[in-house]
Design a protein around this ligand. Structure first.
Ligand code: HEC
Length: 190
């Protein structure tokens, strides 16, 4: 009996919710900005947890294992940036709702340099305003995108020491808390 009641309530909700949406003049679904902000909150949390609790703890504090670029051959830990890219590549195979990448104005890997105007402007903006995000619309190849850029900060000593010591790093003076780059999230609109 209880069960039937629950499903009736659910059925009513399913009818009522879209109607409420129309009546209130609310736009359908969530805005691209809220979607990008929510996605970024998860990405940043995962990235911070991996760097602090895996890389920084095992490499910098306990001296147990290193994180290196050729982690498969060397049986080491993948770099935080590699973890991020592997996630991004898998997500791109599972959905075409959004794409994301990690970039920097001082990249160790030249592939991570900003390319579009929005990426360049966005990285510059979050470097100067680490507590703010950058949002833009851009048209690329006939598609309009909502593009968001978020500051990527040195949240652990491992970020700073590894970049400053890396032979391909154009910058060697990063400090804890500095903006080292940015996360770019792109959502197609049309
Ligand atoms: C053990 C070394 C190491 C650690 C730790 C590390 N990085 Fe990196 N990082 C790299 C390397 C190497 C790349 C380039 C990897 C690639 O694209 O394949 C990179 C890429 C990046 C990029 C993209 C631009 C670029 O330099 O190519 C950003 C931004 C970045 N790291 C920030 C950080 C932050 C912030 C942390 C800490 C949360 C961190 N890194 C931790 C070595 C490291």
């Amino acid at each position: 009996m209880k069960r039937r009641h629950a499903s009736l309530t659910l059925a009513l909700l399913m009818v009522a919710l879209p109607l409420a949406g129309c009546g209130g003049g609310e736009p359908e679904g969530i805005s691209p900005q809220r979607m990008a902000d929510a996605l970024h909150a998860v990405m940043e949390a995962d990235r911070t947890v991996y760097t602090r609790n895996v890389v920084n703890r095992l490499q910098n504090e306990e001296d147990v294992i290193q994180a290196t670029e050729h982690w498969k051959d060397e049986k080491t830990l993948p770099l935080p940036a590699q973890m991020f890219r592997m996630g991004s590549e898998l997500a791109a195979r599972n959905t075409d709702e959004f794409t994301y990448s990690l970039q920097s104005l001082w990249p160790i890997n030249k592939q991570n340099e900003p390319r579009t105007d929005a990426e360049k402007e966005g990285l510059q903006y979050v470097t100067e305003n680490p507590d703010e995000n950058y949002y833009a619309e851009e048209e690329l190849g006939g598609t309009t995108y909502f593009t968001a850029v978020y500051a990527d900060q040195a949240v652990a000593e491992a970020c700073v020491s590894c970049h400053n010591d890396h032979k391909d790093s154009p910058r060697t003076d990063f400090e804890l808390g500095d903006v080292m780059g940015g996360v770019v999230i792109r959502i197609p609109r049309s």
